[in-house]
Write a protein that binds this ligand. Structure first.
Ligand SMILES: [Zn+2]
Length: 290
């Protein structure tokens, strides 16, 4: 039996939750979203396989769908793939967060001149969550240009979602090595590793075990789609329980090739119990981001 999006509110109500807290949702300025969709539609070089997008509505339709699902909090997580665009994306994301009360103020950054300064200003302005995308941006997490930005984020405790793993297609800078080096340099950094670190799950789960402020988001992990491509190792299942307080629901809505409900079903079939689901789908996000 498979869960549909219509079943989702009953799903979290059964757990006694007030809704869902999803730390990995994307909204992008419409021209950028159109470009991203073309990448997925043509299975471009960073995608590597057919990826039939399930949700194609405009921003208002997608916000309405998240509300219907009962997603009470979500970020917009735009990401910068080259220098010079973070400012534009940040301004747009601030506008969306001001308009949509459920939306966390989100900001990307990129190794470029002035990044320490603009990240500092965004932290001061109360930005709730940051994002860097190594798989798309193809840069070194330990680039000296980023030193001040990491320092400010570590000091402020503001979470940063880091897509540092080599899924779906890796580059010279992806993988657990650079992420571990970053954490050794900034051990107080509140990092959220996207996609449970897929496909290098083991290396990233070990980083979370070693650094108490490192979290993992579930984005696409455990779904049929990811299990076909990069199965989560059974040997790591006990670690999911150990890290119960630091696994966060993430989905990648709307850029997913299956219904939203399938991510929840994929978490439930791990069979880690209702307390685990409550922690992951609401309590951990709420504690971290309010
Ligand atoms: Zn994503």
């Amino acid at each position: 039996m498979s869960l549909t999006d219509e079943d989702v509110p009953a799903w979290w109500r059964r757990l006694g939750l007030p809704g869902l807290f999803d730390v990995h949702v994307h909204f992008l300025p419409p021209p950028v979203m159109a470009k991203v969709r073309r990448q997925f539609d043509s299975a471009g070089p960073l995608i590597g396989r057919a990826w039939p997008l399930e949700y194609r509505g405009d921003d208002a339709e997608r916000v309405a769908h998240l509300r219907a699902l009962g997603v009470r909090r979500f970020p917009s997580l735009p990401y910068a793939h080259r220098p010079g665009i973070a400012g534009y994306l940040n301004e747009w994301a601030a506008g969306l967060a001001a308009e949509v009360p459920e939306c966390l103020s989100s900001a990307p950054f990129f190794p470029e001149d002035g990044v320490g300064k603009y990240v500092g200003a965004l932290v001061d302005a109360g930005t709730e969550i940051f994002k860097v995308h190594v798989q798309v941006g193809d840069f070194d997490l330990n680039d000296p240009l980023l030193d001040d930005a990491w320092g400010r984020l570590a000091e402020a405790g503001t979470p940063v979602v880091v897509h540092a793993s080599g899924g779906p297609v890796g580059n010279d800078h992806t993988g657990p090595g650079p992420m571990r080096k970053l954490m050794e340099r900034h051990p107080r950094l509140t990092a959220v590793i996207a996609h449970m670190g897929a496909p290098e799950y083991t290396g990233f789960v070990e980083i979370a075990a070693d650094f108490e402020r490192v979290h993992l988001d579930t984005t696409m992990a455990f779904t049929d789609f990811f299990e076909e491509m990069a199965p989560f190792p059974a040997a790591l299942h006990p670690r999911l329980r150990d890290l119960q307080d630091r696994v966060l629901l993430g989905t990648d809505f709307p850029n997913i090739p299956y219904p939203y409900a399938h991510q929840l079903e994929a978490l439930e079939r791990l069979d880690l119990g209702d307390d685990w689901l409550r922690a992951v789908c609401w309590e951990n996000g709420h504690r971290l981001l309010g």
